[in-house]
Ligand binder design. Sequence first.
Ligand code: USQ
Length: 404
Amino acid sequence: MRIAVLGGDGFVGWPTSLHLSNLGHEVHIVDNLSRRWIDTELGVQSLTPMDSIQERCRIWKQESGNTIHFHLLNLAKEYERLKQWLLDHKPDAVIHFAEQRAAPYSMKTDRHKVYTVDNNVNATHNLLAALVETGIDAHLVHLGTMGVYGYSSVGAPIPEGYLDVEIDTPSGKKGQQILYPTRPGSVYHMTKSLDQILFQFYAQNDGLRITDLHQGIVWGTHTDQTRRHEQLINRFDYDGDYGTVLNRFLIQAAIGYPLTVHGTGGQTRAFIHIQDCVRCIELALSDAPKTGERVKIFNQMTETHRVRDLAHLVARMTGAEVRMLPNPRKEADENDLIVKNDQFLSLGLNPITLQEGLLAEVVDVAKKYAHRIDRSRVPAVSAWTKDIAKRVDHDPEGKKLKAV
Ligand code: USQ
């Protein structure tokens, strides 16, 4: 297949591009390199040294003999160029990762909220409108998030996108399937909830073939392809805005920084290893919906864990200290989470669950590049409301709190 990977320079986009190229697909990365610009804005860098995208593609060609093409294009701002690109390349599938993906970044200031909505919603809508206008019948696979469902304890498994409900009508009860109600916990998660509505409309109105992947928190850094050469290494975020919880704990353990648990650590979240992410994209591509079929929704996660349990697991493994901090986010202190992921399992996903070996691999990578870490960028200081900001500002590293 000829596959466009929009956002193919990012944390999941790059290993996905390598994985699909390795399987023999013709891969085109379309990216505006915004993630690299955000590093510059924030004054932080990936823990791992990343080469330019052109250099990464050159090394891949040298290693594998396969070409990955790179196209610099801003999906959210260059609509006419996007249409022309689609007409020129006629992809069989488009994988859409091209969105700002950090909840804390999206909540930093009003400017970051506006940027995240502008960028994410326009990127998705421009792509949908351009597919209709050009008549290109590509399977669109979008990277969504488990966070659209919210994190209140409902006591029942979260289904894969759709919920069966019964509605009282004058002629009795009627069954209906609705999108599972959204309850986003950040502006970023809200944009992915809006994406869902855009997908419903374009599938129903124009027959676009769309798969939406509701992904959990990714952990790990290497995949089979990024391991092949030092210069194919994946990016790896550790800072308070872009670093995600389990990878942050592993990096913190590697540099002797107390593990930063927000609040009680009773938040339960869904997780997936990066190797399984790229496998899931491959499986989703193999199971495209037909024209006229409703949007396919998969829960792209393999297990759920409570944040404090992960902290204690990492502490046991490494001897790190665990510290409960004032939570910069507005989120439930404690929640349960049961998630269905039957569709990927039935397509052949064999989940990689938390294994000491893979956890230790992340610690080793972090130790290798520890000299690149700016410890002052480790605390998460982006606060969800002004009231929370006052609390977090006084004690961002939880120094006044007792270690547990
Ligand atoms: N947390 C800590 N300590 C930290 C960092 C995070 O306790 O040092 C807590 C947070 O307060 C939160 C949980 O860990 O309760 C998860 O935070 P996270 O930063 O790992 O994940 P999140 O903000 O939800 O976002 C990440 C990705 C996003 C993806 C999402 C999947 O950045 O792109 O959509 O995970 S999910 O969480 O399932 O919605």
